[in-house]
Design a protein around this ligand. Sequence first.
Ligand SMILES: Nc1ncnc2c1ncn2[C@@H]1O[C@H](COP(=O)(O)OP(=O)(O)OP(=O)(O)O)[C@@H](O)[C@H]1O
Ligand SMILES: [Mg+2]
Length: 261
Amino acid sequence: MSGAADTGDGTSAAEDGTTVVGLRGVTKEYAGGVTALRGVDLTVREGELLAIVGPSGSGKSTLLHIVGTLDRPTAGTVHIAGHDVAALNDRRLSALRAQHVGFVFQAFHLVPGVSARDNVAEGLLYSGLPRSVRRRKAAEALDRVGLADRLHHKPHQLSGGQKQRVAIARAVVGEPALLLADEPTGALDSASGAAVMELLRDLNREGATIAVITHDTEIAGSLPREVRIRDGEVVADVRNPSSAPSSVPSSVPSMAAGAEL
Ligand SMILES: Nc1ncnc2c1ncn2[C@@H]1O[C@H](COP(=O)(O)OP(=O)(O)OP(=O)(O)O)[C@@H](O)[C@H]1O
Ligand SMILES: [Mg+2]
C-alpha cells in the first residue's frame, strides 16, 4: 500500500503524522445532478472527538462515506491515515478501510441470528488473526462496552442501546485510526442515546479519534469540536470550550498505542 511520503501532492495532510483525515476541496456530485458537497476542507487530528451537524440533506452522510472511503469524491483530495485515496485501487482501498476505519450506523447493521460475540469478531475478519484470537478480542471488546454478560445473545435478544453497543464494539475491536458514527443515537431513546454518547466519550478519552454525525444540536454542542454543514458546505468549525478536551491523555492505556480494548 502506498504510504504518506509517495503521494507527492505536497499537502500537509499527507505529511503530518497526527492527521487522520485530510480533505481538500472535496466536491461530490451524484448522478442526476445533485451536488451534495461543495469544496469541503476538513482536517481531523489524532485523538479528536467531533460532531458533524447540519439539516437533513446537507451532505453529512455523503461526507462520512467519503471520509470512510466508501465513496470517492468527484473533485478534491482525500487523505486517510496518511494515504491518498485517489492513488489506491478498490482492493487497496478496501484494505485501508478494513485496517483504519470503524463504522457505526443508526440502524446498527448487525448480522441477524449471529451472537454478539461473532458479530463483533466480524470486525476482525480481514485482520489475518486466527479465529480463536478474533473471538477472544471480540469478548474483550464486548466487556469494554459493558456487555460481558451478553456474549451469546443474538441481536433480536438485545435492546436497541445494547445493539448499538455491540456495533460500537465491532467498529473498535480492530483499533481503527478513525471511528465514524452516522446518527448513532438516532434510533435510541434518550437514556440509551446518552449511554452510547458516554461510551464514545470514554473511547475517545482512551485515544480513539471519533467523528459523530448528528441532527441533535445539544449532542453537537456537548462535543469538543463541532463542524456545521449546510447545502454541502462547511459553514462553521467551532471548538466548544465547555466540553472536556478530547486529546488529553488519560491514565488509561491508549487504543492508538495498540493497547487491548
Ligand atoms: N446515492 C445518491 N444519489 C443521488 N443523490 C443522493 C445520493 N445520496 C444522497 N443524495 C443527495 O445528496 C444530498 C445529501 O445527502 P446526504 O445523505 O449526504 O444528507 P444528510 O445530511 O446525511 O441528510 P440526513 O440528515 O437526512 O441523513 C441530498 O440532497 C440527497 O438527496
Ligand atoms: Mg444522513
